[in-house]
Design a binder for this molecule. Sequence first.
Ligand code: MSP
Length: 534
Amino acid sequence: MSEAKTTSYVTTPIYYVNDRPHLGHVYTTMVADVIARHHRLRGDDTFFLTGTDEHAAKIVDAAKAQGLSTQECVDRHSAAFQEVFARLEMTHDDFLRTSEERHKEKVTRYMRELLESGDVYPGQYVGWYDPGQEEYVTESRAKAQDYVGEISGKPLERREETNYFFRLSAFRNTLLEMYEARDREGAPFVKPPARKNEILNRIKEAEDVPISRTGSGGWGIPIPGDETQTIYVWIDALFNYLTTVDVDERRHYWRCGAVHFIAKDILWFHAAIWPALLIALGRRPGYEWVNLPRQVYSHSYWVSDSGVKMSKSLGNFLDPGAIDAYVEEFGLDALRYFLATRGPLGVSDSAFNPELFTEVYNADLANTFGNACSRVTNMIGKYFGGRLPEPGPAVPAAIDLEAVAEAAVEKVTAAFDRLDLKRAGEGALELVRAVNGYVEQTEPFRMAKDEARLPEVGTVLGRCLEALRIASVLLAPFLPDRCAEFWRRIGQADLAEALANRGTGDLAAWARWGRLLPGTVIEAGKPLFPRYQK
Ligand code: MSP
C-alpha cells in the first residue's frame, strides 16, 4: 500500500431541481461519499463536490406548473436535495448551485475565452432536440431512436434556431489520442471499459454542437456580448466541476485530476464534450492549469422490478420517505453498505430488491461483522472482566490473523483504487471471516474451562480483537457510525474523533497490527447490527 498522502477530488452530477430527490441521486452521492471517506481515512487532502443544476428549461415549466416563480422553485427543490443529503450524512465539502453568482461569473469568463479563441462561434441549428434530456440529437441518432426521447419515450422536437456552436469536430483526434494515451498508462479515461467503444465511435463522427438557446425567458447565463442567447444548460452545468475549485485555495484539487461519478445517461457529455471544452479552455493564456479529469466513472441504473429506470419523470422512484423507512429499520450504515456494495456500479442495472436487502444485511452485517464483534467482546467480558488481557503463550493455529489482516489492507485499498466497492467490502469481510475461522480452530471457549490455560485464551482473544479492529478501520467508509461505536467500545475513540467533521485519518498507522493495548476496558454492548427477523 502506498503511504504517500495525495490530493483527491471526487464529484457527483449536479442534479436537476425540477422535482424531488430519489434513490438514483442518493445512490451516486453515497458512492462518491464512500470513496471520499476512504480517501480521508488514508489521510488524503480530499474535496468532494455535489450540487444542483438549476438552469434547465424544464425548470421554468415545472415552476409554472407548481405556481411558483422560477427562483422560488429552484430554491425549494435545491433545499430538498441539501436536506436529504444532510440527513443521510453525506460529507460533501461544497454544494454548488448553478444559480449562484460565483458560478455564473466564472462561466461567463470561460465563455468569453472560448468566443475569443473561435472555439465557440455563431451559426444556425436545424435538427432534433430531446426536451426530456435537454439534449440536441443528431439526425442519425434521432432516426435510430425512432424520433422519440431515449428515456422519456416522448417525441423529439424539430428545432431551427440561430445559436452559438462549440467546435467539437476540431477535437476528434485530440480526444481519441487522449483515450489511447490513458489506456497505455493503464488509467482509462472512462470506466467501466465496456462503455468506451460506443463513445469512441461517436467521437469519430462528432459534429459541432449547439451550446446556446433563445427564448429561455431570461433564465440562465447569457452568452457574453449577446443577451438574446442563453448558454445551453449542459455547458453551464459541466463547468460546475471547475468553477467551484477555480479559486486560489482550491485550484490544486482540479490539478490532481477529478474523478467524476455519473450514470450512463450522461456519459457523452462527460466523456466527449467536457474534455473537449477543457482542452479548448486550457489553451488560453492564464488557463494552463486546466488539465483533464482523471476519470469518468459511469455506473448503471437502479431500475424498478419491471426493469424500467427509476426516474422522477417516470414517477417510479424510491423517494426520500421510502429511503427513510430503511434507515429507520436498519440504520443509515446498512443502507450505505447495501447501496455501495450491491448497487449498479458495473455495466448491469440493479432492481432494488427488499428481500436481497435483508439477506445482505443479515449475512454480512448481522451474522458476520456484528456477530464477530459481539462474540469476541463478550468472551473478553466473561473471561477477563472486560479488560483486554496481556497476550500469553503462542497458540498454534493454521490461520495467521496478522498476515490475513495485512493482505486485507492491501486488497481493500487496491479495490478502492479501482473503484470496485463490492470487492472492497468483501476484502474487509474476509478478515472478519478469518477471525471466525481462527476462533473455531483455537476454541477459546473450550480452553477457558481450564483455568491454567487462560493466558492462551488471552492470546487468542487479543489477536481476534486486533483483527476486528483493523477490519473495522477498513469498513469505516461504508459503516462510519457503527464503526465509531465499536471503536468507542474498544478504547479507540480517538479514531472516530480524527475522522469527525471531514477530518483525516492515517490508514497506514491505524491498520498496523498492535495498536490495541492490554488493560484497555472493552465493552460488549448491544449487537452493532441486530439480526433482522420478519
Ligand atoms: N443535471 C444533469 C447532470 C449535470 S452534471 C454536470 C442531470 N441531472 S439528473 O437530476 O437527471 O441526475 C442524473 C444523475 O442522477 C445520473 O447521472 C445518476 O448519477 C443519478 N441517477 C438518476 N436516476 C438514476 C437511477 N435510476 N439509477 C442510478 N442513478 C441515477 O442529469
